[in-house]
Design a protein around this ligand. Structure first.
Ligand code: ZN
Length: 246
């Protein structure tokens, strides 16, 4: 293929834009700000789970405490009934003995239940503290995650701005390149994943950094300036300049 030598030079500006766009795409894929959001979200999930566990524990202890208190009430009422039966003077001696024996057993039962209530209250204090700590941890994790999201959004906006700028410049440069040369460039760019042309500098293709051998160099040297020559190694269009070392 032949293309005006000066038009071929424009491919270098196109390649510069494509390098910049490739770097921006890579930067977008590997933004540390994105990983930071994921880490913050993970931490938030961990604290949220801790909150649920602590809430469940507090609820369970509440239920147990209510059950114990109901038991204490039942025992108290039973004791009061026994006592008032004794106090009424209507009970027989045998009945009074039996009631007194029951009152002793109820007193032991009540003391036992009260010990359990005390123990439960201690566990409840621990559970309350754990719940507060988990809630505080979660609140701080939420704030961290929101901050990380803001930083990620800022970074993504920067990448988007730069991408838009380079795309505009690329479109402008591409507008000055004829269709056949441009479509060849684009086809090669798809193959290399970055650029479709590279400068030949000091006998080295700057696309793949391989130095041309004697035969390749002679072929390029003897080619018409308007002939489109390509790197035999990477396939890129080799753009010749005064620094090509020909
Ligand atoms: Zn090359």
């Amino acid at each position: 293929m032949k293309a005006d030598h000066f038009e071929q030079q424009k491919l270098l500006a196109l390649a510069d834009e494509d390098v910049a766009l490739t770097q921006l795409a890579h930067r977008k894929r590997t933004l540390p700000e994105v990983a930071a959001v994921e880490a913050a979200a993970e931490s938030e999930r961990t604290f949220a789970e801790a909150v649920v566990r602590a809430e469940t524990e507090v609820r369970d202890l509440d239920r147990e405490q209510k059950r114990l208190e109901a038991d204490v009430d039942t025992v108290r009422q039973r004791a009061a009934r026994d006592q008032s039966r004794i106090d009424s003077g209507a009970a027989t001696a045998k009945e009074i003995t039996s009631l007194q024996s029951e009152l002793q057993s109820l007193a032991r039962r009540q003391s036992d239940l009260e010990d359990q209530v005390l123990e439960l209250m201690e566990r409840r204090e621990t559970a309350d503290a754990a719940l507060v700590a988990a809630q505080e941890g979660r609140a701080s994790a939420v704030a961290d995650r929101e901050r990380a999201e803001q930083l990620r959004d800022d970074a993504l906006a920067d990448v988007a701005d730069a991408t838009a700028r380079h795309e505009a410049t690329r479109a402008e440069v591409a507008g000055g390149v004829s269709d056949p040369l441009l479509s060849l460039y684009d086809r090669i760019r798809t193959q290399t994943g970055t650029t479709g042309a590279a400068v030949l500098k000091a006998r080295q293709c700057q696309g793949c950094r391989i130095e041309l051998n004697g035969r390749e160099l002679a072929a390029v040297r003897n080619a018409d300036p308007h002939e489109v020559v390509r790197c035999e190694n990477c396939g890129r269009i080799l753009v010749r300049t005064a620094e090509s070392g020909l």
